[in-house]
Design a protein around this ligand. Structure first.
Ligand code: MIC
Ligand code: SF4
Length: 646
């Protein structure tokens, strides 16, 4: 067996072990972050449980730390109290980004981890099966329910050789993104193996599995080996180590070979993480902002390497250079070893250990300018600036751009030597900002800005659909539900729903929300029409809850991404697959459509007949399991849960 099969088999609850078939697995650990967590815990409260049933659940406060107005801190206090009440640890603001901290302090090889954040696969760097999901799925896992995925196809990535100077772990995942792209990988797991694996430390592996989220796969993971042991021992967690290697004769559904020695510095250029350029192709591009941070590249190794490059130098006067350490552990360590003062002397602006600019919480670039960021996403508008250009690169490439004021191929110069950076033998461990649940159950903090999750009615017999929006390919959850300045409304669905598809609003015309609410008031059902890979990116279930609140009942697309599909189903919205671009064109010509006898059609077969107002009869399909059909028909999983468990 390969490592994926080993972990899945050990956590198998029910289902069929054939690719594509649904399989329920036991979840050992969960994590939430505040931007998705508040809703997840409101949902957990609604499940009526006394305590979480996982081995470990941690709530991180790392996304909404700007605190402009009371909304954010209201959420923080709610999270701290609700987690204390249900037996969950709470990592307070300032302690760091969930994925970095979880890797440092809690991740364990061989365990399953479900997180309400799409970059949860960071844990795969430690040999965990770590997956992103919507908040409701995480709430159900905390309540002890198994999590259902499709038994995956495992893509084996065989690593050989070792990284040359100036080439980083980030370039490995950028290379893979250039091969696999962000589309068409749903239902796959990427597993790294081969002799090159041993040359990568756990934080380097975590960079790779973190950004594997952009491939749209279920997760990515590395084996657990001596390097894993080394890392856990250095974190004072040697007892958490477990060796986990693929069997000698392990097989994979597809094998891609990457010789690390032949890689070169790469960048992903806006608007997509798979728009890969060689650094040598974009050399000379003038840069105005450089940021080192995010859950992809802000480990102690990344920051000490950046500091080593900057020692004795200053950043270019035209560049605004920012550093956001991934965790308090990283910040404390760069303080003690002098890297922090190197950054300050070089002219860096030091940010708190949080997501910050990665999720558009400030630091938006100027219009039309270029920023180089060590992050994982560059969807248009995500920075808060609609027409900027973002290059996603390694810390090495980013720092060189900060020093030179333009993108440079560092291999072509010999002024700055490539520094040798080793993982420390011992990390500084101080978990003071991780609050364990108190002995006496605290009162739950409630605030006016925190609403209840909205309710939904069962799916109607007959859909009288109004096509509210017609979209193209690769619509991300950032398009559906903007984050950045709107993040503070995450706990208030009616308010947040006003901004659904905000980026497509045209001045003087009714917004998507207004059109949807009008249709709802007049008894018509909202329909969204889209192309390939609908719902890429974040795990935010708000991209389903808010449309649900606005009366959307069906999304029709050429293909869907995994986490978003699950979120749609969980909130009673039916995802229907359009069979061909020709059928999509026919649907695009229509304004409204009808689906008759939907419950019966759904139960009978995977084909669903749709009749447009132009008289076209089109057959769409669904890939829902029996249970998912039940969920959608009930109007969402909460309604079903109430019916069956209470
Ligand atoms: C992101 O990187 O887009 C986020 C913000 O971390 C999201 C979660 C969210 O929308 O709160 C994610 O990746 O799931
Ligand atoms: Fe935070 Fe950015 Fe990572 Fe999302 S991708 S968890 S916003 S650092």
């Amino acid at each position: 067996m390969n490592v994926t099969e080993k972990i899945l088999s050990e956590h198998f609850v029910s289902g069929e072990k054939t690719p594509g078939a649904p399989v329920a697995i036991k979840i050992d650990q969960t994590l939430t972050q505040d931007a998705t967590g508040t809703m997840a815990y409101l949902e957990f409260e609604a499940l009526g449980k006394e305590k979480v049933e996982t081995e470990l659940s941690v709530s991180y406060i790392d996304h909404n730390t700007a605190q402009m107005g009371p909304n954010n801190m209201n959420d923080h206090l709610y999270l701290r109290s609700v987690t204390g009440r249900f037996g969950i640890k709470c990592s307070l603001p300032g302690n760091g980004i969930c994925h970095q901290v979880h890797m440092e302090r809690f991740g364990k090889p061989g365990k399953t981890l479900l997180g309400s954040d799409s970059h949860t696969p960071t844990g795969g760097g430690l040999g965990m099966l770590a997956m992103g999901a919507g908040g409701l799925d995480v709430a159900l896992a905390m309540a002890g329910k198994p999590f259902t995925i499709k038994w995956p196809k495992v893509i084996g990535v065989k690593l050989t050789g070792s990284l040359p100077e100036w080439v980083a772990a980030k370039d490995v995942i950028l290379k893979l993104l250039s091969i696999l792209t962000t589309k068409g990988n749903v239902g796959c797991v990427v597993e790294y193996f081969g002799p090159g694996v041993a040359s990568l430390s756990v934080p380097q592996r975590a960079t790779i599995t973190n950004m594997g989220a952009e491939l749209g796969v279920t997760t990515s993971l590395f084996p657990s080996d001596d390097r894993t042991k080394e890392f856990l021992e250095a974190q004072g967690r040697g007892k958490d180590f477990k060796e986990l290697l693929p069997d000698m004769n392990a097989s994979y559904d597809r094998v891609i070979e990457i010789d690390l020695s032949t890689l070169e510095p790469l960048a992903a250029m806006s608007p997509s993480p798979d728009n890969i350029k060689k650094i040598s192709e974009v050399e000379g591009t003038k840069v105005h902002q450089v940021i080192i941070g995010s859950c992809t590249n802000s480990s102690y190794r990344d920051l000490t390497l950046a500091a080593a490059l900057l020692r004795g130098r200053r950043v270019h006067p035209d560049v605004s250079f920012l550093v956001a350490p991934g965790s308090r552990q990283v910040l404390q360590m760069i303080d003690r070893d002098g890297s922090l003062s190197t950054f300050i002397t070089a002219g860096a602006r030091i940010l708190e250990s949080a997501c910050g600019p990665c999720i558009g919480q400030g630091l938006s670039p100027a219009e039309g300018t270029v920023s180089v960021r060590t992050f994982n996403r560059n969807f248009s508008g995500r920075t808060g600036t609609p027409n900027d250009t973002v290059f996603l690169t390694s810390p090495e490439t980013a720092v060189m751009a900060a020093i030179c004021g333009e993108i440079v191929d560092p291999r072509k110069q010999d002024v700055i030597k490539y520094p040798k950076v080793e993982e420390p033998e011992r990390y500084d461990v101080d978990d003071w900002l991780i609050v364990p649940p108190p002995r006496r159950k605290p009162e739950i903090f409630r605030a006016s800005t925190i609403g209840r999750p909205p309710e939904n009615e069962p799916l109607p017999e007959n859909i009288k659909g109004e096509i509210l929006i017609k979209l193209g390919d690769k619509i991300t959850t950032d398009h559906i539900m903007p984050a950045g300045a709107f993040l503070k409304f995450r706990s208030n669905i009616p308010k947040y729903a006003e901004f659904v598809f905000n980026c497509f609003s045209e001045e003087g015309k009714p917004t998507f929300a207004q059109r949807a609410l009008n249709a709802k008031a007049e008894g018509r059902h909202g329909v969204i029409l889209a192309g390939l890979s609908y719902g890429q990116g974040s795990s935010r279930e708000h991209a389903a809850i808010c449309p649900m609140y606005l009366g959307v009942k069906v999304v029709m697309a050429l293909s869907f991404e995994r986490i978003h599909t699950a979120n749609l189903i969980n909130f009673g919205i039916l995802p229907l697959v359009i069979g061909s671009p020709e059928d999509k064109e026919k649907l695009e010509k229509a304004e409204s459509l009808e689906i008759k006898g939907l419950p019966e059609q759904l139960k009978k077969s995977s084909a669903i007949e749709v009749l447009t107002d132009k008289g076209e009869k089109i057959t769409l399909s669904h890939a829902l399991t029996e249970r998912e059909v039940e969920i959608v028909l009930a109007g969402g999983i909460m309604n079903l849960f109430k019916k069956t468990e209470q």
